[in-house]
Write a protein that binds this ligand. Structure first.
Ligand SMILES: C=C(O[C@@H]1C=C(C(=O)O)C=C[C@H]1O)C(=O)O
Length: 268
């Protein structure tokens, strides 16, 4: 049995739209940090994980070629919501969602190194952030918060990253545990083929996905479609370059012990 982890957010729907159930695999859905933990601990064989988790534990993993959750510019669902003007955030408290690894590291990089701001961070929920100056949300929660106007500003982290680096940003990759690749290679290749097929079907059905998944958020159908059109699922050359740039920043900031290489499985 192949144990597969998938992110439970709306943005993953187009990637897994055409995926059919199979007796040989079991799907677990969760927030990125749950999937990161369950893949690192061996409960899962392969999963969509935070690109930060790959950088942290790259010696355990191999990557599925050409799969990611990325955006070129605005992503729409990784947002710093603020109750103060952005440039006044030094020494102010920012509450960080527990669901994210990549976006937390990206936020710190953007604020501290690119914008010379020095806030104080705390992990917590949106409710726990009500007296703080800002809240970092990702995924469906960010989409819901976009509809509430109790913040004065919202800053899209992928758009900020692009402004500073001119590059797309890769939030998640599909990683496989090395042991699983040794023992379950055939099943992994079969799953990968289905995933590529599913992605193609999802791309052709975006309008339908937007109408049927709209209930997950408070977005209208058109807004939902605009959001899904902005999410990219490939890991092309430029995205690999963008990942390396992000990893170099993480290593320089000592958030990861060493600079990881991008190592892929061969599906043939
Ligand atoms: C674009 C998003 O990317 C997600 C953000 C992640 C993170 O911050 O660790 C991990 C997986 C992605 O699915 C999102 O959730 O909005």
């Amino acid at each position: 049995m192949l144990n597969i982890g998938l992110v439970s957010y709306l943005n993953t729907a187009p990637l897994i739209w055409g995926l059919e159930k199979r007796a040989s695999w079991q799907i677990f859905e969760g927030h990125p940090t749950e999937l990161n933990f369950n893949l690192a601990s061996g409960k899962l064989d392969m999963a969509l994980i935070s690109s930060f988790e790959y950088a942290l534990n790259a010696e355990k993993y191999l990557l599925l070629p050409d799969i990611s959750i990325s955006a070129t510019g605005r992503v729409g669902s990784v947002i710093l919501f603020t109750r103060l003007p952005f440039e006044k955030l030094s020494s102010q408290e920012i509450v960080l969602t527990r669901a994210s690894a990549t976006s937390v590291a990206l936020l710190k990089l953007l604020l501290e190194d690119f914008c010379a701001l020095r806030p104080v961070y705390r992990t917590g929920t949106y409710e726990e952030s009500l007296k703080s100056s800002a809240y970092l949300a990702i995924g469906d929660e960010a989409l819901v918060l976009r509809g509430r106007n109790n913040f004065i500003e919202s800053h899209d982290l992928a758009a900020l990253w692009m402004e500073h680096t001119r590059l797309p940003f890769v939030f998640a990759v599909f990683a496989i545990r090395k042991e699983a690749w040794q023992s379950k290679r055939k099943e992994i290749i079969a799953f990968a083929r289905e995933l590529y097929f599913s992605r193609a079907k999802g791309a052709a059905a975006l309008c339908q996905i937007a109408s049927s998944c709209q209930r997950l958020t408070t977005l209208g159908k058109d807004e939902c479609l605009v959001y899904l059109k902005g999410i990219e699922y490939d890991l092309s050359g430029l995205k690999q370059e963008a990942l390396r740039v992000f990893f170099r920043h993480l290593a320089r900031r000592r958030e990861i012990p060493r600079l990881p290489e991008l190592k892929f499985v061969e599906l043939t």
